[in-house]
Design a protein around this ligand. Structure first.
Ligand code: IPM
Ligand code: MN
Length: 364
């Protein structure tokens, strides 16, 4: 029997709508190759929602998302809204939807394809073969603890609380062990247990959960040392799990190992199969509307959606293979091209990927 999935599509701001359009083309190609039907429900998030609805996260958007099987997001933000107060900032919409939908597990792969080694700023021997996954806790910690701001006679004071409940640590750590088990069976838990109480609880929970995963090799590492080792010898890492803020920073660092943030996808998962999928890169307002953005990260995010939310492993692998084929054949968008002249457009890149997907299916 044919399966049907409803996808809430949030194009967002800047290059968001352009890269989303191409990811939708890829999903429509998947519909032709597999026995599946997708229903796309468009909604607003971020700056476009501030302009249209007066809030970065309209209730209607949340309702649509809750009724759907997964969410595909472009990017939010731009200079237009940079000086707005917190409740009218695009980022507030993004944090709000993560929290409201219970998307606590953020998976951020960073991989180096052989054909892309020259793009990295680091030495070839350091980056060739890098293939790691940062799993970031996404709905707790420093981002969501109590915020305070007050005045004293000695001037203003501000504070952000780093708070974790045991259950919040346990569920992300379990998810990380499960992911590590399907990858290289090596999990690095990153914390600052020499200083932070929240990290000491984190470590205790990790050690307890580890008993259920004797086949996964576990290592604890302090966040400063991890940041250093990521640059020195990234190939020692397979799966990394860490607190929200540490994960924000380390995943950006890891993305630069690959030299091309325009290529990296992400998944933000709730319990069960529901997830939100978005490229790691931002809204890139400087190149918005030009048709030159790299759609690869969004297309690979759609592939993660096929895998994690829809259980469509074969289709997900086909999209990934197609992306690798196209990059291997030297096709490049401007962000990864050697020269402007040889760069292809957003649409051309996606068209090549779709053509390669058909080849992958014919060969299979
Ligand atoms: C990310 C971004 C967001 C975050 C911002 C835009 C709120 O940097 O997804 O990593 O800090 O989580
Ligand atoms: Mn970030």
């Amino acid at each position: 029997m044919s399966q049907t999935f409803t996808i809430t599509v949030l194009p967002g701001d800047g290059i968001g709508p352009e890269v989303i359009e191409q990811a939708i083309h890829v999903l429509k190609a998947v519909e032709k190759l597999e026995d599946v039907t997708f229903t796309f429900e468009y909604a607003r998030l971020g700056g476009c929602a501030i302009d249209e609805d007066g809030t970065p996260l309209p209730e209607e958007t949340l309702e649509k998302a809750r009724r759907s099987d997964a969410v595909l997001l472009g990017a939010v933000g731009g200079p237009k809204w940079d000086n707005n107060p917190a409740h009218l900032r695009p980022e507030t919409g993004l944090l709000g939807i993560r929290k409201a939908l219970g998307l606590y597990a953020n998976l951020r792969p960073a991989f180096m394809l052989d054909c892309m080694v020259e793009v990295s700023a680091l030495k070839e021997e350091v980056v060739r073969g890098v293939d790691l996954m940062v799993i970031r806790e996404l709905t707790g910690g420093l981002y969501f603890g109590e915020k305070k701001r007050y005045k004293t006679e000695n001037g203003e004071v501000a504070s952000d609380e780093l708070i974790y409940h045991e259950y919040e640590i346990e569920r992300i750590v379990r998810r990380a062990f499960e992911v590590a088990r399907l990858r290289g069976k090596k999990l690095t838990s990153v914390d600052k247990a020499n200083v932070l109480e929240s990290s000491r609880l984190w470590r205790k929970v990790v050690d307890r959960v580890a008993h259920d995963y004797p086949d996964v090799e576990l290592r604890h590492q302090l966040v400063d040392s991890c940041a250093m080792e990521l640059l020195r010898w990234p190939k020692q890492f397979d799966t990394i799990v860490t607190e929200n803020m540490f994960g924000d920073i380390l995943s950006d660092e890891a993305s630069m190992l690959t030299g091309s943030i325009g290529m990296l996808p992400s998944a933000s998962l709730a319990d069960g199969n529901f997830g939100l999928y978005e490229p790691v890169h931002g809204s890139a307002p400087d190149i918005a509307g030009k048709g030159i953005a790299n759609p690869t990260a969004t297309i690979l995010s759609a592939a993660m959606m096929l895998k994690y939310s829809f259980g469509m492993e074969r289709a997900a692998n086909a999209v990934e293979k197609a992306v690798h084929k196209v990059l291997n054949s030297g096709v490049r968008t401007a962000d990864i091209a050697k020269s402007k002249e040889e760069a292809v457009s957003t649409k051309e890149m996606a068209d090549k990927i779709i053509a390669a997907m058909h080849e992958v299916y014919v060969q299979a």
